[in-house]
Design a protein around this ligand. Structure first.
Ligand code: FAD
Length: 287
């Protein structure tokens, strides 16, 4: 039995969403289609991963006032030195790093870096968002008396993205030099506008004209229906390269099943081949 039920199965919305005033519309990113489906007025987008960032950008371009609660998602450049960011990520081996080499098991569930495929591919840069009129905020922590309670961590969140993009480019530069690749030089000066925004810890929803809260807070998984003690402390299946300790039971397509690319179209083929070979080796055929 190969369980290929996906990782990101159900919308994940924090429990304090119940404290949002009744007259404010709430929607998860999985239900979002375009700006027109939202009530008129400003929108508070919660989460700055790929979904939240791209939705915030689209809403801003449609003329909405957007407030964006940022998180700790990093950022990589869409293109650098003449090649696509994913091309470099593959060359640098980032997508091949085995799960065992991560600093902690929690790291499996960190948000993917901000990057966009829109219009043939482009950077997502929160500083550019600030320049374009999006109001950046820290983590959303709670609601009290019609006010959003925010962590004073906007600059910290911005620094995560800045640092990751810088480290990524440095990694590419080193790789180019070592491999002797003939690619163009590129000098990058990024905007820093996000640091000009105030790190407030309260946002009055009414005063800000917010009529919608869009939860781009990711997805959860539920494997509780597998009636075996097979889940770790994160309720995530315990397996090695898809092979469980229960003969004949496998997983495939999980985020970080084996490497980062296991949860991408890029890596599922390799994992499937590994499992298929394991099945062949461990199955006795009765004629
Ligand atoms: C927002 C988002 C953006 C993404 N962007 C990219 C991208 O740009 N590039 C990329 O390579 N990957 C991307 N991915 C990852 C990619 O979508 C997954 O790697 C891929 O869909 C996994 O395929 P799968 O068949 O394993 O699982 P899924 O596509 O999730 O399919 C699982 C299926 O199993 C069904 N199922 C669940 N439980 C049961 C059950 N108990 N019984 C029967 N059926 C069940 C589900 O209904 C579903 O139909 C993205 C994922 C998300 C959430």
């Amino acid at each position: 039995m190969v369980i290929a039920a996906g990782t990101f199965q159900t919308p994940k919305i924090p429990p304090f969403s119940r404290k949002v005033p009744q007259d404010i519309h709430q929607i998860h990113s999985s239900e979002y289609r375009n700006p027109e489906i939202l009530p008129a007025g400003a929108v508070l987008v919660v989460g700055s991963g790929q979904s939240g960032s791209q939705i915030a950008q689209e809403l801003n371009e449609s003329g909405r006032q957007v407030y964006l609660c940022t998180g700790s998602a990093g950022r990589i450049p869409r293109r650098y030195r003449g090649k696509d960011g994913m091309w470099w990520a593959i060359k640098l081996g980032i997508v091949d790093q085995p799960v065992e080499e991560l600093d902690s098991p929690e790291e499996r569930f960190e948000a993917n870096p901000q990057i966009s495929g829109k219009d043939g591919g482009q950077d997502i840069n929160l500083h550019q968002f600030a320049r374009d009129g999006i109001r950046l905020l820290g983590h959303l922590e709670d609601f009290e008396d019609g006010q959003a309670v925010l962590a004073a961590d906007l600059y910290e969140n911005l620094a995560v993205g800045d640092e990751q993009a810088k480290t990524f480019r440095q990694g590419v530069d080193k790789y180019v030099e070592k491999a002797g690749l003939k690619v163009p030089e590129e000098s990058v000066t990024e905007p820093q506008d996000g640091y000009d925004q105030a790190e407030g810890t309260r946002l009055d929803l009414k005063k800000a004209g917010i009529n919608t809260i869009l939860w781009a807070t990711g997805f959860d998984w539920d494997f509780s229906w597998v009636d075996l003690p097979i889940l770790d402390e994160f309720d995530y299946p315990i397996q090695h390269r898809g092979v469980t300790e229960y003969p004949g039971l496998y997983f495939l397509g999980l985020h970080y099943l084996h490497t980062l690319k296991s949860g991408l179209f890029l890596g599922v083929g390799e994992d499937a081949e590994y499992i298929a070979q394991h099945i062949v080796r461990h199955t006795s055929v009765v004629h």
